[in-house]
Design a protein around this ligand. Sequence first.
Ligand code: DAT
Ligand code: MG
Length: 149
Amino acid sequence: MERTLIIVKPDAVQRGLTGEIIRRFEARGLRIIGMKFMLISREVAERHYAEHKGKGFYEGLLNYITSSPSVVMVLEGPNAVQAARTTIGKTKPFEAEAGSIRGDLALETGRNLVHGSDSVESGEREIAIFFKADELVSWSRASDPWILE
Ligand code: DAT
Ligand code: MG
């Protein structure tokens, strides 16, 4: 089982796409084990996006992610990191496959609706930024035997 950190970003929340985006992950079979609605602070955003510090888009990225509330969640499942990234689509929405969240619902890189961890290690690091251990719920879903072999 892997875990991945997902952020339904401010543009998605403002556009009323929160439910649509969560629906796609749920329908895929990923299990929600943590979720919160929050205004991401500058400090948290800097920690989350530390790898991009110094890049041309960094300031704009921080302004965007802190501009309005987000929904942050942890999803669990086999190959959850890659599965979620595929459901999200490529970073630049104009390159993202139709059928993906970005490919169906977004146009510009700076308004690409969703974040998903890019590796298991990144996921662990990012989850620790947003969630305390006791905010993640271990539970079994009635549908699990029909989704997981
Ligand atoms: P992803 O969000 O697909 O993991 P990333 O980690 O490379 O992409 O970058 C984080 C975010 O930064 C991305 O969602 C949008 C923004 N970004 C990345 N590359 C960019 C670029 N070349 N121009 C503008 N914004 C960019
Ligand atoms: Mg990334």
